[in-house]
Ligand binder design. Sequence first.
Ligand code: DUC
Ligand code: ZN
Ligand code: ZN
Length: 466
Amino acid sequence: MRTLISGGTVVSPAGAALSEVLIEDERVVALAAPGSEMAASFCAGANVIEAAGLLVLPGAVDVHTHMELPFGGTYASDTFETGTRAAAWGGTTTIVDFAVQRKGEPLRTGLDVWLAKAEGNCAIDYGFHMIVSDVNEQICKEMDVLVGEGVTSFKLFMAYPGVLYSTDGEIFRAMQQAAQSGATIMVHAENGIAIDVLVSQALARGETAPRFHGTTRPDLLEAEATARAVALARVAGAPVYIVHLTTTGALEAVAEARRAGQNAFAETCPQYLFLSSDDLARDGFEGAKYVCSPPLRAREHQANLWRGLRTDDLSIVSTDHCPFFFKEQKELGKEDFSKIPNGLPAVEHRVDLTYQGVRAGEITLSRWVEVNATTPARMFGLYPKKGVIAPGSDADIVVYDPNARHTISASSHHMNVDYSTYEGREVIGQARWVLSRGRLVIQDGRYVGDKAHGRFLARGTNQYLL
Ligand code: DUC
Ligand code: ZN
Ligand code: ZN
């Protein structure tokens, strides 16, 4: 099966150029100059996608999603089927989701549960990180086994005492193990112990509305935890990756470590670039739609996050996609903000939202591709299979219309959730054609994918280590 993407502008971290993209079966076989003999002869018998005036991008890679995550007595509402379909609509062709180890269980048990949930249910390819909630010597040995099987990153939580939380000693021990295997330790950096004190005190004062989710998780407790995570990693000699970074102070801790030559990395998410604590403070129970952790911050942080994306102190934009229905799920916290399940729907909109940053001059077109596709692929051991359009790479490709206008709404999005945090927001730019390993998933604005198509990706280790 041959496909030719003709007349489009191929964008990579190195620049943009008019190129013909030649695809055979699952792979890219060549990029050819427009009008060249190679492109002309390939054309015969090929499906041709006319891309004049459109951008041709490597499929975006979202390295932070939570399909079907158990949280606060309920489950994130997107299944692997609905969530990967929505991802594809938005131009994402790979996700790396989080398998969860339950306390007292081997890592393998958790991984097998998540592999079974995903298998046969994904429209696009997928990998897993492992959430470690119980660190001991046996689990450290198991971490090495998983690295050999392509699960090369482990998330530890400084937040959520009694649930996913690990002590500094446990995190440090896991980091020592990662230092030997080359695995990356991902840290949810908020001081959960101090936060729990603030939450109890707020509730005792009768502060039960959604906005108190934000006031009880102050930004300084993220900056402090980030600095601590980075310091622990430095002593352990392990690569560290700070997930969902939201504040200027936390960014400074990462930047300082990077200046000192440490293997310290961080991501942010669209909600921290485009939404703020004002949304969390919306009237009545509306704010519950915006409850996630870390919480949305004061608008002042946003300019610094964009700057971090420009300087590479923030390397990646991921989504932390973790949707819950407003009705009946977010409503679990109607009388008590601490019972609102944490998380937002986001997997469909990352590419379009960050493109608004390109339009506004916050990042360049090339950097947009880099933070959404190329760097996530390299950081999590998927490059050059994913994250680049080059001979030999998987033909995961998005043909993107940079002028298409559309309005984000729960009535038209494809995520399995009854509200949108961006309801009514007009954006410019939209994926028109999406291919996963050479197969069409979105065809000129129509879903033509197959939930049995997506495959598990055994990943290598971080390709940025100094
Ligand atoms: N933060 C969220 O908002 N949801 C899921 C887990 C997390 O860390
Ligand atoms: Zn987290
Ligand atoms: Zn998360």
